[in-house]
Design a binder for this molecule. Structure first.
Ligand code: PHB
Length: 390
């Protein structure tokens, strides 16, 4: 045998060894998330949430075996895009999941459209994302979904003068617009709208402006991972003692960060779709299994969205009887409803966004630890941005 023929033979063996990844019965799912950098907590929570679903339900579904491949995009959109391309071309991925920040989800939209591969957004939350490809479906939330009930709560609770402070990119713009519009329409006054940079924010000078404005409340959106820094600086500046009430979307009192924030968070009212303290048998089982599988780590809203992203894919595969055709999968996902650890959810067949209960919660100590304790709720909330266009 010549050396060349030997080399060719070895290459063949290597190809065959790699073949199981391409085998018809394996469905490769690419989870692309930031595992390093400022949004690393999102990656960690998403990976744990997706893995837990597979662990609890088994890797077999509709005659197929699910293989989850996790990729770290470090939070850089060009990396997200390259990883999505590689997962589809080299790994034959039949679904992509994750996307820890809005620009990362947007970077993949044209690839999902071209390859006809479902892009299940389990983190990013700017309302318009699902309009960027007919193959995008979302199991996280939208900022208008969370911000509108917060404005409604303020109007009912004697808060008239508010300053808004949001991170200056897609979801922050949504939070600012939808909170302000509803609040002003109901008779409230927005004293100032403040935007802070996404990267390495120093909140101190912005909070000084809030102090000078002396509003009754400060409404905040910052992305998951930045809530503890914001709340610490809010208290260090003495805003709490000056009588400024902090209100926010639940991204700020993130379950992953509450212990870090500490007792100064007690009493903060937020609106969101998931709390680890949600009182249901499904959530109790989810939290217990999650903590057991992850060394005591508490799940946050990112973990539950990834868990539900897998739930959605499993149910879609059952419905298509194992077909991984992108159009068939997206068609199956439209209108799907199930019981999530967060409560009842469904996929709006027109917008491919999640429809879910939004809860009003207050931070309180339960059994020695801080939780977002739900005390009011609005069921079956659709994304208000898309509803306003119809
Ligand atoms: C987003 O970039 O869309 C995003 C990230 C983290 C959040 C919410 C929205 O907590």
């Amino acid at each position: 045998m010549t050396l060349n023929r030997l080399r060719a033979g070895l290459a063949m063996v290597a190809f065959c060894a790699a073949a199981p990844a391409w085998a018809d019965d394996v469905v490769t799912v690419g989870l692309i998330v930031p595992m390093t950098g400022p949004s690393a907590s999102t990656g960690k929570q998403e990976q744990a949430g997706a893995n837990l679903y597979i662990q609890m339900h088994g890797a077999a579904v509709a005659g197929k075996t699910i293989a989850l491949v996790v990729k770290d995009d470090t939070g850089a959109p060009d990396v997200t895009k390259r990883l999505a391309q590689e997962l589809i071309t080299n790994d034959n991925a039949k679904a992509l999941m994750g996307f820890g920040l809005t620009p990362l989800a947007l970077a993949v939209a044209p690839i999902a459209t071209e390859a006809k591969v479902p892009e299940i957004v389990t983190a990013a939350a700017t309302a318009m994302i699902t309009e960027k490809s007919p193959y995008i479906v979302r199991t996280s939330f939208t900022l208008p979904q969370a911000a509108v009930p917060m404005a409604e709560w303020c109007l009912k609770n004697n808060i008239h003068k508010v300053v808004t402070l949001v991170t200056d990119y897609g979801p922050g713009g949504d939070a600012e617009k939808w909170f302000s519009d509803v609040f002003v329409k109901g008779g409230g006054t927005i004293v100032e709208k403040i935007r802070v940079p996404l990267k390495n924010p120093d909140f101190a000078p912005f909070l000084q402006r809030v102090n000078d404005d002396a509003p009754e409340a400060l409404f905040v959106f910052v992305p998951s991972g930045q809530g503890a820094a914001l709340m610490k600086q809010f208290n260090e500046r003495g805003l709490d003692k000056a009588g400024v009430r902090l209100i926010a979307t639940g991204d700020v009192t993130d379950d992953d960060q509450l212990a870090d924030i500490g007792d100064s968070a007690i009493g903060v009212v937020t609106t969101h779709h998931y709390s680890a303290a949600h009182d249901s048998p499904e959530n109790k089982a989810f939290v217990e299994a999650f903590e057991k599988a992850n060394g005591g780590m508490r799940p946050n809203f990112m973990a539950v969205a990834a868990y539900d992203g897998m739930a959605l894919l499993y149910q879609a595969l059952e419905k298509t009887k194992g077909s991984t055709d992108g159009d068939a999968l997206i068609g199956a996902m439209k209108g799907m409803s199930w019981m999530s650890p967060r409560g009842p959810v469904s996929i709006d067949p027109d917008t491919r966004d999640i429809v879910q209960t939004i809860y009003v919660r207050k931070v309180a100590k339960v059994g020695g630890a801080l939780f977002n304790v739900e005390f009011a709720s609005t069921p079956a909330v659709k994304d208000p941005y898309k509803a306003s266009k119809n």
